[in-house]
Structures are given as C-alpha cells and as structure tokens.
Design a protein around this ligand. Structure first.
Ligand code: FAD
Length: 297
C-alpha cells in the first residue's frame, strides 16, 4: 500500500525535495553526483566496483524521463572522465516506460549510445511483472546493436523467467539474476520463499552452464553465494557478485579480497523514499536497523 502512496507522491513531484535522513544514508550514496562518485572512490579503494543508480521511477511525463536520461548521459561522461571503476543501472519507468514503450526505448537508446562511446556499461533493472516484456525486448534489441554494453536483471520469482533465460542466454549482454523485490500475484510468480530459492539456484545453474561470461549474481544470501562459487568451479564461467550498498558490506569486501569480482549497487539522488521503503520491507534486519536509528540505540 505504501508503495502505491510513494509512487503517487513521486509522480506528483511531492517527494523530490525531501532531504535524505540519516537512517536512509546507509542505503543511499547521497543526493548528488559528487557524493555518489565519492562513494565509488571509497569502495574502489577496497577492491569493490560500483553500479550507480540515479534514483527515480514511475514518471508520468516525458520531461521528467528526459531529465533523468540527460542526468545519466552526464553521469556516463563523469565516470569516463574519472579513474573510477563504475557503471550505471537505470529503471525502465524512470525512462518513461509508464508513458509508452517507445519513450523508454528512445531514452534508453540515447543512454546506451553515450555509454558505448565512453566505454561505460549500462544495466537495466527489472520492475514488476507488467513491465517484463517491453523491458526485455528493448534491451535484447540494444544488445544486438551494442554488444556487451548492456545487461538486464531477471527475477527468479517470476514463472516466466526460465523461458526468458532461454531467450537471452546467447545474446551479447550480461544477465543479473535476482530473487525479485516486487509483490507479485501467485498467477505469475512463485510466492513461497523456498520455491523462490529453489528457482534461483536452478536459474543460476542454467546461466553458468550455458554461458562462459556475463553472469551476475545479485544476492546477499550465503546459500546463493556458495552455489555461485560451486557452479563456477563446475562450469568455469566468468561471473561477478552484485550486492546492495548498506547490505552485508563486510561480505562485499571479503569476497573482493578473496579475488572475486564484486560490484556494489549504490543508488543516489533525492528520490530515495520508495527505494528505502523496499529495502525495509525486504528484511527484518533492515527494519530493525531503521528502528534502532530512530530510537538512538
Ligand atoms: P534474501 O532472500 O532477502 O535473504 C536471504 C539471506 O541473505 C538471509 O537469510 C541472510 O542470511 C542474507 N541477508 C539478506 N539481507 C541481509 C541483510 N540486510 N543483512 C544480513 N543478511 C542478509 N530486485 C528486482 O526486482 N529488480 C531489480 O532490478 C533488482 N536489482 C538488484 C540489484 C542488486 C545488485 C541486488 C543485490 C538486488 C537487486 N534486487 C532487484 C533485489 C532482489 O530481488 C532481492 O529483493 C534482494 O536482493 C533480497 O534477496 P537476497 O537474495 O539478497 O536475500
């Protein structure tokens, strides 16, 4: 319910001026490009690369989507002009998918062309199941035109993902596998935790078995991290771990020091509210952390 409320607030522009409170700062790399690049510098110094996401979603007008498209092009140029190990991740509804698939496609093409020219990688997050088809087909087309410049997130909780994997597994793009962060109906998704975990391991093995590069493991779950290491040993594919800023950061550093490629997904910007809310809902530890911060203990 709160997701719907925050979506409405975001669409109406009511939250854009809220300052990030200290409790959200654990998960959000500040409000400006400067603070995001500073977070990148800090993590790079510890061997962890950074995926930067300019926060924004569910825009209902072209101006907002165009402004974030321009923001990403600028960010790509800033990354390219720096010595930092960073790439970007966008959200489809931030580039106008709720307005129309062609708005999303045109904006994403602008970003990917700039990224290709500057040698910066572009990830596309996956939102709820109603967006899967237009998102995946747009990114798959761009992958053919700009090989190994784009990557797509796929969610193991969705029933369709086994088929989607078959569709994209031979394309020149990276694939980030996650469990899925959106509340989905039983008709399209596995909703039991155990079923999602089983699907995740099966999908991950398919990725390792069928590709020799471009596999990204987007999970904090020790069981999934161990499974990835096992599949790597069995199939030899190149892969990377991806974890969120503020979640198991010690493990991120540890994996990097063990020689694995580790990327931290670090969102930044003033539209932090719905992202922060998703993190709190996802996990009791995150909610307890927020409560402790508020209570000052
Ligand atoms: P969970 O199933 O939440 O937890 C399993 C175990 O992991 C826990 O029992 C615990 O041992 C450990 N763990 C998890 N969180 C914590 C914590 N805070 N502290 C300590 N231990 C913890 N979802 C989307 O729908 N679309 C996207 O585009 C998307 N992009 C993502 C990008 C990245 C880089 C990552 C890491 C996640 C992304 N997600 C995305 C979110 C994802 O779908 C899950 O909701 C989220 O990662 C939680 O699932 P999990 O596999 O990490 O572990």
């Amino acid at each position: 319910m709160c997701d719907k409320l925050t979506q409405r607030l975001i669409a109406s522009g009511s939250v854009v001026t809220l300052m990030i409170p200290p409790i959200a700062r654990r998960f959000v790399a500040g409000e400006s490009t400067a603070t995001a690049l500073e977070q990148t510098r800090r993590m790079n110094a510890e061997g962890v690369k950074v995926i930067l996401n300019l926060l924004g979603e569910h825009y209902e007008n072209r101006t907002a989507a165009a402004a974030d498209t321009e923001g990403y092009v600028q960010l790509i140029e800033d990354i390219a002009a720096s010595p930092l190990d960073a790439c970007i991740s966008i959200k489809p509804s931030q580039l106008g998918l709720d307005i129309g698939a062609e708005v999303f496609r045109d904006n994403l093409r602008t970003i990917v062309a700039a990224a290709d020219a500057n040698n910066v990688f572009v990830w596309c997050d996956m939102e709820d199941h109603t967006t899967t088809e237009p998102t995946l087909s747009t990114v798959a087309q761009l992958a053919e035109r700009y090989p190994w410049t784009v990557g797509q997130c796929l969610q193991s909780n969705l029933r369709r993902t086994a088929d989607d994997l078959e569709r994209v597994v031979d394309l020149p793009m990276k694939i980030r596998l996650v469990k899925g962060a959106y509340d989905e109906p039983e008709s399209v998704a596995y909703t039991e935790k155990e079923a999602v975990n089983d699907r995740y391991k099966t999908d991950l093995e398919v990725l390792f078995e069928s590709r020799d590069r471009g596999v990204a493991v987007g999970s904090h779950d020790p069981e999934m991290i161990d499974a990835a290491v096992d599949y790597h040993e069995s199939y030899g594919s190149d892969f990377e771990f991806q974890l969120l800023m503020g979640v198991r950061e010690d493990r991120q550093r540890e994996l990097a020091s063990e020689g694995y490629e580790v990327w931290q997904y670090a969102p930044y910007g003033d539209q932090w509210l719905s992202y922060f809310w998703r993190r709190l809902k996802e996990r009791r530890e995150n909610a307890l952390f927020a409560l402790r911060a508020v209570a000052g203990i």
